[in-house]
Design a protein around this ligand. Structure first.
Ligand code: ZN
Length: 517
């Protein structure tokens, strides 16, 4: 064994610190570009005049190229090599170690992809989305089919280039849920399916039905906005560092450490649509606002995965926002805000109506129980497509068959069937399961918080939501990417990913509502 003299060791450490600082400065530069891209994207979806679209596309594609160039700069590889053996990289869970591990992970992934493949996928994604819009409008899957076949072919090439231990889908899933394995996700989701299908059937067979008509009436948009802001503030979204605007397809965009923007859409005839999408996006926004400001632009100041991000939005939307306790506090305020429509509606009727469960065709409009079956169908189909166990030509019928089997319904068209979602047209294979992972993690986190706080519903009924936000901030948001999602879940809850907590929540809530046994 050979020991370095102390002086040399110190120099080596100082050298490593300089390299780490350079790596961070570079990462923060990329973050600036990303945040500008995010701002342009937000503007495009909220404010941009129709004729401005073409030049905006030019701006966006220029920025995308710049970002890609920066992210694959060869000096990153050199810095990472220099840092690999340093003390700074020794612990993958402290700030410096986690930054180095994750920058290396992202860099390796990008560096493995041949330029020609990246370019063709990018081109196909733009073309695919245009063609998908046309095919969906015309209810013509045949028009979309050749492009989807080519996309799947390229995604298989992408998986092969990146490499995987288990199966090709692992490499695709990894883009959205770093570190997740197909077999583990499949196990959790298949377990969920086994329990959900009979629950959905039992609810469908129940003679109890909420009166959805009770909620119909006039909800002035400015009043909806006022009420939505009040709810988002109450659960802890900071409007000093954020905004709420209107759009067609609600989203949340973070574009700086103190600038997180929510969007929603309003329907004068319905309160639920705007309100639950505001709560959902506020859940995403609260996560972004809980990231550590001083780590902005570094992996330790970034969200860990799409699944964990979605767990935050789903928790505030469903586990909190659709709970009885939430409305014990907010329903009197809602009645004061909308006296004409809600003045005469009993709290129990309101609560049942916002928790209406029924099999439906459209994923984005589905309820808390059936939602995961929509996801399962997409996950199982895209996995079979990537594994070449299903041909694209057979996809529409496979889609219908699964809807019949899991939800007991079938779309009369492909527009509301296999052409329903934009994801596959843009090459986003491996994205869908993160929605359900979000629901699973949400239930597990919430159950743990409930154990630690003792009686969360009693707190909600008093309007106390901030302690839960602080708990999430400490345990999840401020952690950044120090732990991969599954490890973070295990660390916070003491249990591996499973469907148990979600099923306990759904049974506990819907058994009395639908009088099930
Ligand atoms: Zn979401």
């Amino acid at each position: 064994m050979y020991f370095l003299p102390r002086l040399v060791l110190n120099m080596k450490n100082e050298f490593a610190h300089n390299t780490y600082d350079r790596l961070c400065a570079h990462a923060r530069e990329v973050a600036i570009l990303y945040s500008v891209q995010s701002l342009l994207g937000w503007d495009e979806r909220t404010k941009l005049p129709p004729a401005g679209g073409e030049y905006r596309a030019e701006q966006m594609s220029y920025l995308a190229g710049l970002i890609h160039q920066k992210q694959t700069a060869p000096e990153i590889g050199e810095w990472l090599n220099e840092l690999a053996e340093s003390d700074l990289a020794a612990d993958p869970h402290n700030d410096t170690g986690a930054d180095i591990v994750n920058i290396k992970r992202d860099y390796d992934r990008k560096a493995k992809l041949p330029q020609a493949l990246v370019e063709e996928l990018a081109k196909l994604s733009v073309l695919g989305q245009q063609l998908w819009v046309e095919a969906r409008k015309a209810n013509d899957f045949g028009r979309f089919r050749p492009l989807l076949e080519r996309t799947i072919d390229l995604k298989r090439q992408e998986a092969a280039a990146i490499g995987y231990d288990g199966q090709p889908y692992d490499a695709l899933l990894d883009e959205f849920e770093p570190g997740a394995k197909t077999t583990e996700v499949a196990q959790a989701l298949t377990g969920l399916r086994g329990q959900l299908v009979p629950l959905v059937a039992a609810i469908a067979a129940s003679s109890r039905r909420p009166n959805r008509q009770a909620l119909q009436g006039h909800y002035p948009i400015e009043k909806q906005e006022e009420f939505g802001r009040r709810c988002a503030s109450a659960i802890g979204f900071n409007f000093q560092q954020g905004r709420l605007d209107t759009t067609n397809h609600p989203f949340c965009a973070g574009m700086g450490p103190c600038d997180v923007r929510l969007t929603t859409r309003y329907d004068e005839q319905s309160l639920a649509g705007s309100l639950f999408s505001t709560l959902h996006e506020a859940g995403h926004g609260i996560y972004d606002q809980g990231l550590r400001e001083e780590r902005y632009g570094l992996p330790t100041g970034e969200a860990v995965s799409l699944g964990i991000h979605e767990s935050q939005s789903r928790m505030w939307e469903n586990l909190v926002g659709r709970s009885r306790a939430f409305w014990e506090f907010f329903y009197p305020i809602a009645q004061q805000t909308f006296p004409e429509t809600l003045g005469g509606v009993a709290p129990d009727d309101f609560y049942f109506a916002i928790n209406d469960v029924r099999p439906s065709l459209i994923r984005t409009e589905s309820d808390e129980v059936t939602y995961n079956l929509h996801i399962l169908i997409r996950f199982e189909l895209e996995l079979a497509l990537i594994n070449d166990e299903l041909k694209v030509v057979d996809l529409p019928e496979a889609w219908h068959a699964k809807y019949r089997e899991y939800l007991g319904i079938q779309s009369p068209t492909d527009s509301d069937g296999v052409l329903q979602d934009v994801h596959w047209s843009s090459g986003a294979f491996g994205y869908f399961p993160t929605y359900s992972l979000g629901n699973l993690y949400a239930a597990q986190f919430f159950e743990k918080a409930q154990q630690e706080f003792g009686d969360l519903p009693a707190m909600f009924a008093r309007g106390e939501f901030l302690p839960l936000r602080e708990w999430l901030r400490t345990n999840i948001h401020s952690q950044g990417r120090r732990y991969p999602a599954a490890e973070l879940g295990q660390l916070v809850t003491g249990s591996p990913l499973s469907h148990d907590a979600l099923m306990r929540h759904l049974r506990g809530k819907f058994t009395p509502l639908y009088d099930l046994h």
